[in-house]
Design a binder for this molecule. Structure first.
Ligand SMILES: Cc1cc2nc3c(=O)[nH]c(=O)nc-3n(C[C@H](O)[C@H](O)[C@H](O)COP(=O)(O)O)c2cc1C
Length: 267
């Protein structure tokens, strides 16, 4: 990651630069299988199975803010839109965005998750996916060393240590605090990626120092996307790369490879 500022270079520097395809297990296994086959036929290299959404977490703010499909229009959203006339013009003058597979569906995103996802998914499903997927198999949503060990034994090549940014089970373990134990459990057999709370390059440095192979970024790039579209995402990536470099300089090391766990203080 050192010395890179462009989004492409950043993506190429980490394993996430592989073409990742993210799925959850659906109640309709036939459709799930078909989805995976289409991902394979489309040239994706890594399949990421998210396992921390057996049901949707409680998200009262989503309901309060009208985050439904299609989005609910409340007095507040209309008032917010009035402050962004360009957005309103764009909304009214372009074709409405929709999910091709959900045209007849209406409700909150949480209700949608509960309708589609299978809460009874198990390690047997990870083994079945392993048999069906020849590329890299990544399990996202692992929260303990025991679970990391179990999914690696079931065939996973990598685990994403994640609590879904706290959006699923409030009070779930903090991924960074679990990282040393998970790396000790599976680090010799599988890559460990850290997800959640990466909002600054210093967070990336802490995760790498504690043994993560790379980090995933959710909100940080979405903030850039909201503020400035594609250029905003590029800017967010550039800022993260700059902060990584500056943090390494402040620590007095010249490469990520020099980072060791003793560089990090957890609470
Ligand atoms: C708007 C939004 C949509 C998301 N959609 C998915 C998803 O479809 N699958 C998934 O595994 N995680 C999803 N996530 C969770 C992120 O991948 C990530 O785990 C979480 O945001 C924590 O990372 P952060 O602290 O960098 O945001 C979503 C997060 C956000 C904010």
């Amino acid at each position: 990651m050192m010395g890179t500022t462009s989004l492409e270079a950043l993506a190429a520097a980490v394993p996430a630069g592989r073409r990742w395809f993210q799925v959850s297990l659906w109640r309709d296994r036939e459709a799930s299988r078909d989805f995976v086959e289409r991902a394979l036929a489309s040239g994706y290299e890594a399949l990421v199975l998210t396992v921390d959404v057996p049901v949707a977490g409680s998200r009262p703010r989503d309901m309060h803010n009208g985050l439904t499909i299609p989005p609910a229009l409340t007095a507040r959203t209309v008032a917010d839109a009035a402050l962004a006339p360009g957005l309103v013009v764009n909304l009214l003058s372009t074709e409405q965005l929709e999910f091709a597979s959900l045209r007849s569906w209406g409700g909150t995103v949480a209700e949608l998750a509960d309708w589609i996802f299978d809460p009874a998914a198990s390690l047997a499903d990870v083994r079945a996916l392993r048999d069906a997927w020849p590329g890299q198999l990544v399990i996202k949503g692992v929260q303990s060393a025991d679970d990391a060990r179990a999914v690696v034994e079931a065939g996973a090549d990598a685990v994403v240590l994640s609590n879904h940014g706290g959006r699923q089970l409030d009070r779930a373990p903090t991924p960074l605090e679990q990282l040393p134990a998970v790396v000790a459990a599976v680090g010799d057999r599988a890559e460990v990626y850290l997800d959640g709370g990466i909002l600054n390059g210093a967070d990336v440095v802490a995760a790498i120092a504690l043994g993560a192979r790379s980090c995933l970024v959710g909100r940080a790039y979405l903030y850039g996307l909201m503020a400035g579209g594609e250029r905003g995402v590029q800017r967010a990536a550039d800022l993260l790369a700059q902060e990584v470099r500056r943090t390494l300089q402040l620590l007095g090391v010249t490469s990520l490879a020099e980072l060791t766990p003793d560089r990090v203080r957890l609470r």
